[in-house]
Design a protein around this ligand. Structure first.
Ligand SMILES: NC(=O)c1ccc[n+]([C@@H]2O[C@H](COP(=O)([O-])OP(=O)(O)OC[C@H]3O[C@@H](n4cnc5c(N)ncnc54)[C@H](OP(=O)(O)O)[C@@H]3O)[C@@H](O)[C@H]2O)c1
Length: 288
């Protein structure tokens, strides 16, 4: 008889994310084990508990979700988790620190609905956060020519170098933005603009967006007023504004929720999945 589906939530924060827990329950897991303040040295015992309790035919009914506001810390947990597995003795695992993978996948997939990404000139503003870094990586993997923008050239360069380490042929340009006066040059000939700035910070004034005549798709991921891209409304979902197809954070967020739930369902299909940004983006493409 098939065993109940157990999701083990590992979170770097002291209090494991309620958001992630609600999505897990809504996606139909039978039991959710929540662990907060998880550090890499605690992972092995937790994962052995998942690996060695059920026979091979039931390992697919146990899965691991890794979240938390410290994306680098969550990545370290993923490395520890996968390092515990051997041969067929493993369980499926998904990484989504603070929603960064599902949000980046939803944003890049939204852009791909309107523009072919291969060869597209794309600008990612605030490309250095957990979401922005993943947006750069996914766009680069799809063959876009990406300008990764930060207030610091060194931080933009670090993002580009990290992506080049896994995608050596990617076409990436680190760009420093000191003020909004730099934006017209940064946006010159760009077709796709994704703003991944921290919440409540405006990155692009409306006059600048309207003056960037080459832009076709504009996506703002900040849900907290003021908008990251002035004039893009938070609920915009393929809304046409001044000749651009616009998405706001909630417009992207609806699709992000579908991707998150679909990825959780996928975890329980086999016991050998590792769902990071690329795999989650592939799920986004499948569900359309
Ligand atoms: N729609 C959704 O479902 C969803 C889900 C998750 C996250 N989000 C949103 O996605 C956005 C990105 O998330 P995140 O976690 O990657 O963001 P984050 O780490 O908080 O910030 C991203 C980047 O914003 C820049 N930044 C920070 N403070 C700034 C300031 N005062 N002025 C200008 N730039 C500033 C920084 O880049 P530099 O220092 O390099 O310039 C930083 O690396 C956020 O707005 C978040 O709320 C949306």
């Amino acid at each position: 008889m098939s065993k109940p589906r157990i999701l083990i939530q590992l979170d770097t924060d002291c209090q494991p994310s309620v958001f992630d827990a609600v999505v897990a329950v809504d996606s139909g897991v039978d039991h959710l084990f929540r662990h907060g303040g998880v550090t890499p040295d605690a992972v092995r015992e937790l994962i052995y508990g998942a690996m060695f309790t059920r026979g091979p035919e039931n390992l697919r009914n146990t899965a691991v979700f890794i979240g938390g506001s410290n994306a680098v810390g969550s990545e370290a947990l993923l490395a520890e988790v996968t390092g515990c597995f051997f041969g067929p003795v493993r369980v499926s695992v998904m990484l989504d620190p603070n929603g960064a993978n599902t949000t980046a996948a939803a944003a890049v997939h939204a852009a791909s609905r309107h523009e072919s990404l291969a060869g597209a000139e794309a600008v990612v503003l605030a490309a250095t956060g957990p979401v922005g870094r993943r947006v750069v990586r996914l766009l680069a993997r799809e063959g876009a020519r990406v300008r990764a923008v930060s207030r610091s050239y060194a931080r933009a360069q670090t993002v580009c170098n990290a992506v080049r380490a896994i995608l050596p042929d990617s076409d990436l340009t680190p760009v420093e933005q000191s003020s909004s006066e730099d934006l017209p040059a940064i946006l010159d000939h760009a077709v796709i603009l994704i703003a991944a700035g921290t919440s409540g910070v405006q990155l692009v004034p409306e006059t600048v967006r309207r003056g960037a005549m080459s832009l076709r798709v504009v996506i703002d991921l900040n849900a907290v007023p003021p908008a990251g891209i002035e004039g893009v409304a938070v609920h915009d979902t393929a809304e046409v504004r001044a000749g651009c197809i616009c998405y706001g954070a909630i417009g992207v967020g609806d699709q992000k929720m579908k991707i998150h739930q679909a990825a959780l369902h996928r975890l329980f299909e086999t016991n050998d999945l590792v769902l990071d940004a690329e795999e989650i983006y592939a799920i986004a493409k499948e569900i359309g």
